[in-house]
Design a protein around this ligand. Structure first.
Ligand code: SF4
Length: 378
């Protein structure tokens, strides 16, 4: 506080000499500090409507402001040219338009682009843009670090730093779209980056609503997928709160192996997790995606595939087999191509839809958390 007072006193002294200094002094007195301003990107439509009323704007302005933020990808209130100058000034005084700082972008030979963002507290998160045949998929983060401690995951090894805010989650999409030649080609989103999305429940749900809302980014619910390691109570809540897709990071079909790979299995073992999946309110025509990272000698045998088929019986499911993405310090490796195909065949014989998803961007810091981890180490 004393530093602020002395700065203002100094500027007031200067104003005797210079008229423009008077203005600077006045602004520094009336401007709210950044952290006291409303984080407008983190509000939903109803909250925005109510809030604009408190600063003297008509409620229909909320939709206009959100159009600029989520569709127009605006980074400042001054860009909102269908608002009056006074309204824009008012917004600048009372609200902040948080924009993630891009710290680095790595581009792979296969076109995969990894964006590293620095948060205002100095921590780092990643978003990965993956080119598909006729569109792009973006994988975004929900936490800085992660507390779930999955044995195969680099982010898990780095530990938990903090939850992202709704605007930090949504802004990954906005900033990546801004960097694209044709932002409309980004049609698919997965919350599968750093962090466990359901462990940051309220912020993630709010961000998803802004992502799928007609008045927000207007992504199709069918093209947004949240992946969880298996937080059972939140899985059921999630299915009732939003209608985007659910993916479950399964990785083992027996409790012993899953306990070894994923500590969350001690709290919610497979029986409990599968019961939640059976209860999940799946919208018509949808299936739950089960991700299964194949690890040589750990979960890739024929009997594992047979057990997996049994476990998923009766669930509307599709399976993504993903070869382990090795990283430094990891004492596990992916199976051979033949082994993966043999595993896939068994599941196909049991009438499951099964894809082998090859990791993209292998020539860049491709493992989730690798780039952020490097920066955090300095
Ligand atoms: S796999 Fe997901 S839930 Fe598990 S430690 Fe990594 S980021 Fe966390």
């Amino acid at each position: 506080m004393s530093a602020v007072v002395s700065l203002q006193t100094k500027k007031t002294f200067l104003c005797v000499l210079c008229v423009s200094a008077v203005k600077t002094s006045f602004e520094s007195v009336t401007d709210k500090p950044f952290f006291m301003k409303i984080d407008i990107k983190g509000m939903d439509l109803e909250e925005t409507r109510q809030w604009v009323g408190t600063i003297g704007l008509e409620s229909y302005r909320a939709a206009q402001i959100r159009q600029w933020i989520f569709k127009g990808l605006a980074v400042s209130f001054q860009e909102m040219t269908n608002l009056s100058k006074a309204a824009r000034h008012n917004l600048e005084q009372e609200a902040q338009l948080q924009v993630l700082e891009e710290a680095e972008v790595q581009v792979s030979r296969d076109g995969t682009r990894k964006h590293l963002f620095r948060l205002h507290d100095g921590s780092f998160i990643e978003a990965v843009l993956i080119p598909e045949r006729d569109h792009f998929t973006l994988c975004i983060s929900s936490q800085s670090g992660c507390s779930m401690g999955c044995r195969f995951c680099l982010t898990g090894k780095q530990g938990f730093k903090r939850n992202l805010t709704p605007s930090e989650i949504a802004d990954q999409v906005i900033q990546v779209r801004r960097s694209m030649e044709d932002p409309d080609r980004l049609t698919n989103l997965v919350l599968m980056g750093m962090g466990e999305p359901l462990a940051n429940y309220a912020a993630v749900i709010k961000a998803i609503r802004n992502i799928v809302d007609l008045e927000g980014m207007n992504f199709s619910n069918r093209k947004v997928t949240l992946s969880t390691c298996g937080l059972v109570p939140e899985i059921l809540r999630f299915g009732n709160d939003v209608t985007v897709n659910l993916a479950v990071s399964l990785n083992a079909a027996d409790n012993e192996t899953r306990d070894f790979l994923m500590p969350i299995n001690h709290a919610y073992p497979l029986e409990t997790l599968m019961a939640a999946c059976r209860e999940f309110p799946l919208p018509h025509g949808r299936r739950i995606t089960f991700e299964y990272i194949l690890i040589k000698g750990v979960n890739d045998r024929d009997e594992d595939a047979i057990r997996l088929a049994k476990l998923l019986t009766g669930i509307k499911a599709k399976v993504n087999l993903i070869p382990l993405n090795p990283h430094q310090g990891l004492d596990m490796s992916p199976p051979t191509e033949e082994r993966m195909v043999a595993f896939q065949e068994i599941l196909i014989q049991h009438r499951f839809t099964v894809m082998i998803r090859k990791s993209k961007g292998r020539d860049i810091s491709a493992a989730c958390g690798q780039l952020a981890g490097k920066r955090a180490e300095g």
